[in-house]
Design a protein around this ligand. Sequence first.
Ligand SMILES: [Zn+2]
Length: 315
Amino acid sequence: MKEKPEFIGARYGKKEKISNEKHLLKWSKEGMEPMEGEMEKTEEDIKMLNMLNDFIKDEMLSLGIKHYEPLPAEKVHILPQKIFEKHNPQSSKMGGSLAASFNPADDTLYINKGVSDSRALMLMSILHEALHRTSTMKFYADKKTIYNARIGYSLKSAWKKEGRQKKLSGFNELMVHYTTLKILLKNIKKLEKLGISKKDIKGVTTVYDQYYPILALITKKVSEDTGIPPDQVFANFEKGQFQKTILALKDIEKSFGRGSLKILSLLGEMKNPADNDKLAGMIELFFAEKNAGEREKIRKKIIDFSSQNRASQSD
Ligand SMILES: [Zn+2]
C-alpha cells in the first residue's frame, strides 16, 4: 500500500482521513493472509516474483521515478479458476474468464491459474497487475465504503450521483499491456534463464492486441507534431501512468483536436464485446484520419454510437 493514500471527490475531515487510511491499511494487511484454496508458490514462483520486482524498479528508474514499493509474495494469490471466479464475479461475464485481477482497496493481486496456465502467461499476468499496483491511485470514501477513483489513466467519478463517469480505462489497459511487453522484452536475457523465450512472450495474445493500431497512430502523429522520437513519446505516455498529473495526454488533444481524448476514453466502455470491437474500429479510423474536417465527422458518429451502446455507468 502507498504510504499516504490520496482521497478525492469530497472534503474529508481529519478524523475521517485517519479512519479511511486505517481501513486501507487493515485491508492491505488482510490481503497478505493466505486464502482458502490458494495454490502454494513454488521456489520458481518466488524467483520469478523477485525478478519482476527488480524489473519494475529498473523500469521506474529509467523513467526517472525513484520510489518503488516492492510487491510482497504474500500479496500474490494464485487461485484455481473456480475460486478466482468466486472472488471476481465480473470475471466470467465478459465472455471468457479474466487471467488475473488487482484490487486497489486491498492492494492485492489475484491470479487465475485456469487462464494463466503457462509460465509466460503467468509472468505476464503478474507483471500486468503489478503495474496497475504501481500506478498512481486515488480513492473516494463515503459512509459505506472506499472506492477507487483513479488508477493509472483510468478515472471513475463515483461521487457524482448524476453523470457518473468512467474514463480512459481502455487506454489504461492498453498502456499497461504495452508497458508489460516492453519490460519483458527488455529483460529477455534474464528470462531465458527461467526457460522463457521471446517467442513465448510474443506468442501470448490478449484482447489489447486489437487496440495496438490506435496506440501506434497516436504515437506516430504526436511524434511528428512535437519532433519527439516515437520511443520517447511512448515513454512519456508510459510515465503518465505513474505520475500525479496526466500531462502527457495534452499532446493527444494538441495533435488530434478538442474532443479527441473523449473519443479515446470511450475505448472498451460498451455494454457488449461486439460493440466494443466495432467502436475500436471507429476509434482507429478517427486517429488514422489526417483531415480535420473528416475526423470531426467520424467523431460525431462515434459519439452517437457510444451513447446508444454504452454500459451502465453505475459501477
Ligand atoms: Zn489490467
